[in-house]
Design a protein around this ligand. Structure first.
Ligand SMILES: *Cc1c(COP(=O)(O)O)cnc(C)c1O
Ligand code: SF4
Length: 480
């Protein structure tokens, strides 16, 4: 099926026809497309042999999973391999360094065994900085003296929770920084089973107002399983300090049927209503990378159903070369989100992991693209903040390039920080047209280090979450 160009789908209120909803008598079943079966897909068979070969080689190293909805309704195959949704979900030759590509290529050619290929693939994966920004070691909280590897508590108000059974997705984004957990790399999977431990932890931490369920994608779980995780937070008064329950999810983009035709879709919506009835905000932190994901009838139906439960949808995305590095596409996406009742939330800078060399952009370019899009939308869509780097000290926004004291500088500020006192202070880095991440930046005006660095070193010297009672970290935040 061909897909009309996105511009043609812009008339307000008009969704593109969807194969899924044009046959309401047949509930579409989720069908995964991966390295083992992608060559059976008719649209893939129409690609050249060389293109199929490239996909096969890269898919042996980086995670690859798509599904029928993405393949049939989101990818414009007339534009493959340049189509943005194709790039979002299908491996591309340039995602690996040429030597790495050649190595796997040669092994496949020689008919190497699966274990042989795995050894080479693991070596390449380990060279791709699988755990950036100190995520594993520094933010793990503990309760009853026991570390909780399925949780992260980096910013005072918000605890991240990784339900063990939600560590996969309906399709994988090729840029995803969570890729190590999808390829089973050295068992470093953030996971834990008990919602009770989560409740115990947040109950002991009155400063926590938000719990963010993340993954993978927690909505990969059946409703019954998700409910088991949520139950302890909803029962009684134990977690009364939790005002907002957030669920990070790509389901509205990759599998909107989750809310419409899946067997337990109605149960899921009922669960959402139950969270709302507990007096809390339920926020779906939805990942949308491209306006096309919002244009199908089934996606719009899913969004409407979610909103009718009283849940809010907030939208975030990284800015990714080859996929959405285009002000007009971002502006269309934010406008459409606002129109559908979704709050645009964050635009992230692509992280320093995985195939980042293929996807990353210079910070200056990221800021220009952001600004070019932000200028085009009305105030209701300017709730989006970015471009923002989720780095070791916090979420750092690039406010822009400017001049101060005769020097060309980047103006930056923290949107989130390990120490809340760092948030909202403008600070300056020397201008560098090549800089792609916070680590590439040096302080402006010849200063030795950024204002937060000495304190950050002290914080990192102590293992565990900065908010864990087992650590010696004493934040200097006023009002703490
Ligand atoms: C982004 C993020 C959060 C949530 O931050 P908000 O600004 O409240 O959305 C929480 N924890 C970590 C580790 C994060 O990266
Ligand atoms: S949906 Fe989110 S977690 Fe899943 S692959 Fe995409 S970016 Fe990663």
């Amino acid at each position: 099926m061909t897909i009309e160009p996105a511009e043609h789908a812009q008339s307000p209120g008009v969704a593109r026809t969807s194969r899924t909803t044009s046959r309401p008598d047949i509930a579409p079943r989720y069908e995964s497309i991966n390295v083992h079966n992608f060559e059976d897909v008719p649209q893939v068979q129409a690609l050249s042999a060389a293109q199929r070969h490239d996909i096969r080689v890269v898919a042996h190293v980086l995670p690859f999973k798509s599904n029928r909805y993405v393949v049939d309704e989101l990818i414009d195959w007339t534009q493959a391999p340049d189509d943005p949704i194709f790039r979002l979900t299908f491996p591309h030759r340039d995602m690996l360094e040429p030597e790495a590509f050649a190595r796997i290529d040669a092994l496949l050619d020689a008919g190497a065994s699966a274990p042989e290929i795995k050894v080479a693939a693991d070596e390449i994966r380990l060279s791709l900085n699988p755990h950036p920004a100190g995520q594993l070691d520094h933010n793990v909280p503990s309760v009853h003296g026991q570390p909780l590897p399925g949780m992260q508590h980096k910013y005072r108000e918000t605890v991240l929770f990784f339900p063990a059974q939600g560590q996969t997705c309906h399709a994988y984004c090729t840029f995803c920084f969570r890729w190590p957990q999808f390829v089973g790399l050295e068992g470093k999977k953030f996971a834990m089973r008990e919602g009770e431990l989560l409740r115990d932890y947040v109950s002991e931490h009155p400063e926590v107002s938000d719990v963010l369920f993340t993954g993978g994608d927690p909505l990969i779980m059946r409703t019954k399983v998700l409910e088991t995780y949520l139950e302890p937070l909803l029962d009684g008064n134990a977690a009364a300090n939790v005002r907002t329950i957030r669920i990070g999810t790509k389901a509205p983009g990759y599998w909107p049927q989750r809310f419409v035709t899946d067997e337990d879709a109605e149960d899921l919506l009922r669960l959402f209503r139950r969270v709302v009835a507990s007096g809390r905000q339920l926020a779906l932190m939805a990942h949308f990378n491209h306006p096309r994901e919002l244009e199908t009838a089934v996606a719009q139906e899913a969004i409407a159903r979610i909103r009718r439960t009283g849940a809010q949808i907030r939208a975030q995305s990284p800015l990714v070369r080859h996929i959405n590095d285009d002000s007009d596409a971002l502006a269309r996406m934010w406008q459409l989100q606002a129109q559908l009742g979704i709050v645009p939330y964050y635009l992230f800078v692509e992280r320093d992991t995985g195939a980042h060399r293929y996807f990353e952009l210079p910070l200056e370019r990221a800021w220009q693209i952001f600004r070019g899009a932000y200028q085009q939308v009305s105030g209701v869509a300017r709730t989006v903040r970015g471009p923002s780097m989720s780095a070791t000290p916090g979420k750092v926004q690039i406010l822009g390039v400017s001049e101060a004291a005769g020097e060309k500088v980047f103006v930056l500020r923290f949107l989130q920080a390990r120490n809340p006192d760092w948030v909202g202070r403008p600070f300056f880095a020397a201008y560098d047209p090549e800089a792609r991440w916070l680590d590439d930046l040096r302080p402006a005006f010849g200063e030795d280090e950024f204002f937060y660095e000495a304190e950050l070193r002290e914080m990192l010297a102590v293992q565990g979450s900065p908010w864990s009672r087992d650590t010696q970290v004493v934040p200097t935040a006023a009002g703490d």
